[in-house]
Design a protein around this ligand. Structure first.
Ligand SMILES: [Zn+2]
Length: 944
């Protein structure tokens, strides 16, 4: 109430500026009110989202971030300036009339709804020149109805002369309301007092044909009068005819059925017999449709077929071809002037897409039916590449992608375009009809393209990817320097178009591995926002997931393959801490404390006590762990948690415990199907992995990547067997590559596998029924390899893995985790492999020492001289873990603190805080000596 009064006083005194706090408060209150906006008396207005973001930035209230007001936050321009359009209307209703507002088509992502008090305030401060008042009403379910889904309706009417035009109406508008509006408009515009108005549409013909019939038969046509109680959108007519009654006389009448049917019959017959003149037509009842064409009707039998169809009224009129285009045919051979030739054909996208077929045999069928190889005549392409330049290519692209319609041939045209050397120069074009077309394709077409791209030459494949990424980086850097990132819809669109094309390349690369996935990662993604990028990115991701479109505009998380793992880690951390907080008790939240998951663990029976503690009812696995060891004192500041994980993994993964076996020369751990433990313990291990991820503890477990891929539900393949069992992999590979006919003798494999139980007793597993009786031959070897892979990687450990999988997903949820690949999950749980001490040195902070002193420089020189094992030991000594965290050692926040002078004391560490306590010894040699002793003796935990 206070605010409203302020507002009122402001309105009387407009020279007084509204404070930022007041604006922010008012906005928050409005948005809050909107959530429960079932109130029918509430007045709502449509405001451009772009404008609101600009305004939020201006008042310093930016997606929950409070920026200080700086010079870069410029006052936004007129409200809704980006929502204006230049439509031409046939009728001119008053500007604020809801049936005639200057908005073409708004997506919910374009606008937000606000209340009238906010609206008034904005008016006062930002002017109202371009404001579009659009009040919102509510339907019976209290859902706001925004009359922005306007239908652009073509109409035809006769007043003085015949007029054809476009009018915009709400799709939900009833015909009778519309008639009333037209009536009043006719009165005011043309001083015409009509008695009645009725609306027609043609029964079958589209606009041009309908008008032709109407004019040929003096106002008679085969039409249908629209039901006044239906909505405008219901009829989906492409032309509405307005019929006015004056002096009792209507302007238009129904054409007699016989004449009408004859005309319709003639039309359909001509299309079906002669075709429409297009190279490729996908309509039934058209000879240009290659499938219909194959039926090869005789004139007489076609006639008979159509007569039957007309009699039974079984023609689907939406399947009748209405096209009148005469298209040029595809190019299979080069003429004198190839540029002219190709330019002409580009006006017919399907013909262009059917061009340059290798070994052309007169048939285009292969392109139509699930074509996987677009067979391109490279000789012609090479010739073309000699003469084509960027301007010619631009012309081709403009012609080809003028319409959004897609077809198999048009898809192939994309593949052709990518073969032109100057294609990469097209990418930086911001209003890019090529990218726009690809962007709008459906999922299936994009998938088809990714298949096509596997046939791009290697070098071209790489060049295009590199060019796309280069351009993306430039784009991000440009955005970074803007006061508000990704403000304009056109920018967001262009960014997504680039990403979408890149994604097709990424998927193509998954089909045919040509480059390392890391090549797709763009570091700059984490620098789009200059301040707190991870928070803003996370918020966008969360908005997308919660469908809170009020704040959503874009997130890279739609394209996780482009995000560097360090940034994913930050987003994931943000995600889990939000989850931890939202799960917590209200009271804890009030106190500003994150709730914790307290586990009381018995050191002597660590597995069972963990199991028992974690299976307690009603515990919250998403909160932060806090470990207490039975009979011990000490507050868990991270050290005890790490110790708990370490002890538990040592025990569970001990081969003696029988849950796991080692494979591949003892390098990896694998599930033991002959285990002797309770299956629930696999669940415990799954939970352990999840808890480690959430509590940011790195585990020392030699799981192969395969395990993490399976955890993330990725499909595992023959290649994954390599990591698990190199010998078997090699043998199967040999089998696969063996081409001679004596395969049965050379290998003597049958469809069974011999395994050994815990006591070394052999067990035979049949891969198919009677498998041991069926020899592996040249013919069935691929099936054998497939079955073996399936058995080793999935089937044999299915039960154990299911429990493990379930345990993991019991702990882990949220959307952040979905961004990870199996390989990335492995890095996050097991850490990175390589130990780069230079990274640690660079990021180390000092307390009591000078970074550049001889003492410290000697210290690091000593560390760098250590071997890998000793370096690990040093890391363990300082941090309680010898694993490299995500982001490398530079992300460790390592501190070296001076701890006494001229002392005999050994160096020590606060492992929970990653602080290394180094005394200032009297000579450098002594320092190295003491360091050496400390590291040699650094076994166990709780150093300090
Ligand atoms: Zn056709």
């Amino acid at each position: 109430m206070q605010n409203l009064q302020n507002l009122l006083s402001l309105m009387q005194n407009p020279n007084m500026l509204i404070s930022y706090q007041q604006q922010t408060h008012l906005y928050q209150r409005t948005i809050k009110n909107l959530e429960k906006a079932s109130n029918k008396t509430l007045e709502l207005f449509i405001i451009s989202k772009t404008w609101v973001r600009q305004w939020k930035h201006y008042v310093g209230q930016y997606e929950g971030q409070y920026y200080s007001i700086n010079q870069s936050s410029r006052k936004p321009g007129p409200i809704n300036s980006d929502l204006k359009s230049d439509e031409i209307f046939l009728f001119h209703y008053p500007n604020n009339h809801s049936f005639n507002q200057k908005i073409v088509k708004l997506d919910p992502e374009d606008y937000v709804l606000v209340g009238s008090d906010l609206m008034n305030m904005w008016h006062l401060e930002f002017g109202s020149d371009l404001t579009i008042f659009r009040q919102i009403t509510f339907d019976e379910n209290s859902q706001p109805i925004t009359n922005v889904n306007l239908l652009r309706q073509e109409i035809y009417m006769k007043i003085q002369n015949s007029t054809r035009g476009i009018i915009q109406v709400d799709e939900k508008c009833l015909i009778k309301q519309w008639i009333m509006l037209i009536k009043s408009a006719l009165k005011s515009e043309f001083q015409l007092n009509c008695e009645n108005i009725r609306l027609w549409k043609h029964k079958h013909f589209p606009a041009n044909q309908a008008i032709k019939q109407l004019e040929q038969h003096n106002g008679k046509f085969h039409g249908q009068i629209l039901d006044e109680n239906q909505s405008v959108g219901y009829y989906k007519a492409d032309l509405i005819i307005i019929d006015i009654q004056i002096n009792g006389k209507w302007q238009f009448e129904l054409l007699d059925l016989k004449t009408a049917s004859l005309e319709e019959f003639k039309y359909v017959f001509n299309k079906a017999y002669k075709g429409c003149g297009k190279f490729y037509c996908d309509k039934n009842y058209c000879n240009s449709n290659p499938v219909f064409n194959q039926l090869q009707f005789e004139k007489a039998s076609l006639q008979q077929f159509l007569i039957e169809s007309f009699k039974e009224d079984s023609i689907d009129w939406s399947e009748v071809c209405w096209s009148t285009d005469q298209e040029l045919k595809p190019i299979q051979e080069i003429d004198e002037d190839i540029i002219q030739q190709i330019n002409k054909v580009s006006n017919y996208p399907n013909s262009f897409g059917g061009s340059f077929i290798q070994d052309f045999n007169g048939s285009y069928e292969s392109i139509l039916s699930h074509n996987i190889n677009p067979r391109l005549n490279t000789t012609i392409i090479n010739e073309l590449n000699k003469v084509i330049n960027i301007n010619i290519l631009k012309g081709l692209i403009t012609n080809l992608y003028r319409s959004k319609e897609s077809s198999p041939f048009k898809l192939r045209s994309i593949f052709i375009i990518l073969h032109f050397d100057c294609f990469t120069q097209i990418i930086p074009e911001k209003s890019n009809s090529f990218l726009e077309f690809v962007f709008n394709l459906d999922k299936q077409s994009k998938n088809q393209l990714s298949q096509y791209f596997t046939h791009l030459p290697n070098q071209r494949f790489q060049n295009i990817i590199e060019a796309l990424i280069r351009n993306l980086i430039l784009f991000i850097q440009y955005q970074q320097n803007q006061p508000i990132q990704l403000l304009l819809k056109a920018d967001i669109r262009y960014l997504m178009q680039q990403l979408e094309l890149l994604q097709i390349f990424y998927k193509s690369n998954e089909k045919l591995k040509r480059i390392n996935n890391e090549k797709f990662i763009v570091k700059e993604v984490s620098k789009l926002y200059p301040v707190r990028a991870e928070l803003l990115e996370y918020k966008q991701f969360a908005c997308l997931n919660n469908k809170s479109l009020e704040s959503y505009y874009f997130t890279f998380c739609l394209y996780p393959w482009i995000i560097p793992i360090e940034f994913k880690y930050q987003i994931l951390t943000m995600d889990s801490s939000v989850n931890q907080r939202s799960q917590g008790d209200f009271i804890w939240q009030q106190m500003g404390l994150a709730p914790s998951l307290k586990l009381l663990i018995d050191r002597n029976d660590i597995v069972n006590s963990a199991l028992e503690q974690l299976s307690r009812k009603g515990i919250n696995l998403k909160s932060k762990l806090s470990i207490v060891f039975k009979g011990e004192q000490g507050i868990d500041q991270g050290g005890l948690t790490r110790e708990f994980f370490s002890l538990l993994t040592q025990k569970l993964f001990d081969v003696q415990f029988t849950m796991f076996v080692t494979r591949n020369n003892n390098t990896v751990l694998w599930f033991n199907k002959h285990h002797m433990e309770m299956p629930i313990k696999y669940e415990l291990i799954g939970m352990l992995l999840g808890l480690a991820l959430y509590n940011q503890v790195l585990l020392d477990v030699s799981f192969p990547q395969l395990v993490f891929k399976k955890l993330m539900n990725e499909t595992v393949q023959f290649e994954d067997l390599k990591e698990l069992d190199l010998d078997t992999y090699k043998a199967l590979n040999l089998l696969s590559e063996y081409e001679k006919d004596d395969i049965e003798q050379a290998f003597a494999f049958n469809f069974s596998i011999t395994e050994y139980d815990n006591w070394g007793q052999p067990l035979q597993v049949e891969l198919i029924q009677n498998g041991s009786q069926i020899m592996v031959t040249q013919k069935n070897k691929e099936q054998y390899i497939k079955l073996c892979t399936e058995y080793y990687l999935n089937q044999s450990i299915q039960k154990e893995f299911q429990r493990f999988h379930a345990g993991f997903w019991k702990v882990v949820d949220g959307n952040g985790i979905k961004l990870l690949t199996g390989a990335e999950l492995q890095t996050m749980i097991l850490g990175q492999k390589h130990l780069n001490m230079y990274e640690l040195e660079q990021s180390t902070k000092y307390d009591g020492f000078d970074k550049n002193s001889e003492y410290i420089r000697t210290f690091w020189a000593y560390i760098h001289s250590l071997d890998e094992q000793q370096k690990k030991r040093f890391l363990f000594f300082c941090t309680g873990s010898d694993r490299v965290p995500v982001g490398g050692l530079k992300s460790l926040k390592f501190v070296i603190q001076k701890h006494g002078e001229n002392t005999e004391q050994l160096p020590s560490a606060h492992t929970c805080f990653n602080v290394f306590l180094l005394p200032q010894y009297d000579c450098l040699n002594k320092m190295m000596e003491k360091l050496n002793i400390a590291l040699e003796n650094s076994e166990g935990f709780g150093l300090m």
